[in-house]
Structures are given as structure tokens and as C-alpha cells.
Design a protein around this ligand. Structure first.
Ligand SMILES: [Zn+2]
Ligand SMILES: [Zn+2]
Length: 343
């Protein structure tokens, strides 16, 4: 099979031929139909997040059909306690279309796993970082971490739901019932989330890089009440803000844009350093928090909501071999919406 691998930070991704892997106990062999790229892939490429074992196939927004299954896993008693949605515990049938997200394995035994916070499991393994991901013609996945793709989504349009959508949805949950939300960085996640927000009757202000008129226009088309540059103030103080851009200097900016009691959610896995700011900006019970990874509950909930909104994704497709080019286009902001590789 054809695969694209990461070797080391600063080195270009490399195409190679590999044997199709064999599924082991509890694993599925998947034929990849589409794989979304994500800013996390850039953090891996740049060495801001570590890949422990290289070469590694990146890619953690996989839409695939089930080609074969390994032997069944023995039932384990604690599965009931980690609150796995019922439909995620049955084995997907051969040929069925499933999605594989960033969360690829959790231990099921630690305090975090047993309290519904498996996203924080210290033994968690992540697709496309600790486990070979979707930048290939075939991939293996733990069947407990695969989800049915909602009906009505073309493969390429479903891919961005699996990270931009899922982790964005978790970030939105951290905003509580805020009626007005600012989104800093209007890319793949924000263009999905704004649709969920509008469906939930929340108002959205979109902040982009200064001068990025295309992204601002895109946000307005998707229902933003206001769109402007990240150094501008919103028309009125916001009840919450989500920062998707990996720029720590936006944290104090967003903090000044939220009203007393408001929350600023940092939605990315990595950010540049956050500059110092006066305590008065945090005063009045403003909150800054991060969002880490996802739980299977997030996935089940969001994939149930997405077709009801209905969330429509705007995607640019690239052939598998153009993975490096797609990632550089993401870095430079050369497209609106999301980018998806097709093997
Ligand atoms: Zn991602
Ligand atoms: Zn655990």
C-alpha cells in the first residue's frame, strides 16, 4: 500500500510502499477513503509535539470502510463504567463506513478513565502520533475507538467532523450556556462550530488574522453576527471565547473581550507563549482553560448532532502524495474551511 510517513521534525513527509498490516485482536483493518489534515499535524512536523516512534503515518481524521476484523476482544467488566455509548461497543460490520478520531486508545482503568475523563488518561495513545494514522491506503484501528459516519455525508466532507468537529464541540461544551461566543481563528473547527452555535441560537463573532477578508466573509456567510481582525474589539462583550489559532498572544486579547464571568477556552493542543497581563483582565471571575483531546462520549454526541444541524463542511481535497503541500497551505492560510487527503 502507499503511505506517507513522518521521519523527524523539520524533514519533509515521505511517500513509501508498505505491506498492508494485519489486524490483531480487537482491531479493524480499514480501507481509507479520506483523511483530514489538522493543525496538530503541523505541530508534529515542527517538533512542537513529540512523535515517540518514527517513521510514523500521520493523520487522525480518518473516514474508512471496514475491510477485515481481527479476533474479537474478550469482554471486560469495566467497559460499562467508562460510559462507552452502546453503539460504540458493537463490532462494525465489514464494509461499513466508520470514522477514526485522534483518541486511539485509553487504559480503561485509571482515575480519569473511570470518571468519564478518558481524554486525560495518562496512558492514552493518539491516532497519527502514537499509532499509525490515515495518510495511507489502509490503516488499523482499535474497534472501540471507531464511530459510524452519519448518513448523508460524502467521505471527504465527513473527515473534518472527526477532529475539527469533535474537539471543537468539546471546546464549545466548555463555554457552558454562553449566548455569545467569539472564535479566534476561523478555520476548520470554527466553520463547523459556528453552524452548531447558530442551530443552538447562540450569536458568534469571528476573529481572523488582520486582513484575512476571505475568512471574515466566509464567517459572515455562515451566520456570524460580526467578523473582524483579532486586534479589533467585538461590538459588545462576549460571554465566552474559543481560541483556535495557536497564538498565545490571543489569550489576553480574548480575556479583554469577554464579559465578567466569561470563559476563554484554548482549543488547540499547542500554543506559543502567553504574554503577561494585568490581574484586572482576569478579575470578575473570568476563566481561562484548555481543552484536551476528546472522549468517546464527545464523539457519540457530536456525530449525532451533526446531521441534525445539519453541519456542512467546506473542504479542499488533495491527493495523498500532496500531504506536505496541503499542510503548508494550512500553515499559510491558503484555503477556507478544511483540507482532506484522498488516497
Ligand atoms: Zn486534529
Ligand atoms: Zn486511563
Amino acid at each position: 500500500m502507499r503511505a506517507i510517513v513522518f521521519d523527524a521534525p523539520g524533514r519533509p513527509l515521505r511517500a513509501l510502499e508498505r505491506e498492508i498490516p494485519e489486524p490483531e485482536q480487537g482491531q479493524l483493518l480499514l480501507r481509507v477513503h479520506a483523511c483530514g489534515i489538522c493543525r496538530t499535524d503541523l505541530h508534529l512536523l515542527d517538533g512542537e509535539l513529540e512523535v515517540a516512534q518514527a517513521p510514523r503515518v500521520l493523520g487522525h481524521q480518518i473516514v474508512a470502510s471496514v475491510e477485515a476484523a481481527g479476533p474479537a476482544r474478550e469482554a471486560r467488566a469495566e467497559q460499562a463504567e467508562v460510559r462507552i455509548p452502546a453503539d460504540a461497543t458493537s463490532r462494525p460490520a465489514p464494509g461499513s463506513l466508520i470514522g477514526v478520531p485522534w483518541l486511539g486508545y485509553t487504559c480503561g482503568e485509571c482515575a480519569w478513565c473511570l470518571s468519564g475523563r478518558e481524554n486525560l488518561c495518562p496512558r492514552a495513545r493518539f491516532t497519527g502520533r502514537d499509532i499509525d494514522g490515515g495518510m495511507a491506503e489502509f490503516a488499523l484501528a482499535d474497534e472501540r475507538f471507531c464511530f459510524p459516519i452519519p448518513a448523508g455525508y460524502p467521505d471527504t466532507q465527513a473527515a473534518p467532523l472527526l477532529c475539527a468537529g469533535l474537539i471543537g464541540y468539546r471546546a464549545l461544551r466548555m463555554c457552558g450556556d454562553a449566548a455569545s461566543i467569539g472564535m479566534y481563528g476561523f478555520g476548520a473547527a470554527a466553520h463547523i462550530l459556528i453552524q452548531v452555535c447558530r442551530w443552538q441560537q447562540r450569536r458568534v463573532c469571528a476573529f481572523t488574522r488582520p486582513g484575512d477578508r476571505a475568512a471574515q466573509q466566509f464567517a459572515l456567510e455562515l451566520g456570524a453576527e460580526w467578523a473582524g481582525a483579532s486586534d479589533e474589539e467585538p461590538p459588545e462583550p462576549l460571554e465566552a471565547a474559543i481560541i483556535f489559532a495557536p497564538d498565545g498572544s490571543l489569550v489576553p486579547v480574548a480575556l479583554r473581550a469577554v464579559a465578567p464571568g466569561g470563559t476563554v477556552v484554548c482549543g488547540g493542543i499547542h500554543m506559543s507563549e502567553i504574554p503577561a497581563f494585568p490581574y484586572s483582565d482576569l478579575w470578575q471571575e473570568r476563566v481561562i482553560r484548555s481543552v484536551a483531546n476528546l472522549t468517546r462520549r464527545d464523539a457519540a454526541e457530536f456525530l449525532e448532532i451533526a446531521p441534525r444541524v445539519p453541519v456542512r463542511t467546506s473542504v479542499r481535497t488533495y491527493p495523498l502524495e500532496a500531504a506536505g503541500e496541503a499542510l503548508e497551505d494550512l500553515r499559510a492560510g491558503r484555503f477556507t474551511g478544511a483540507a482532506v487527503l484522498v488516497p
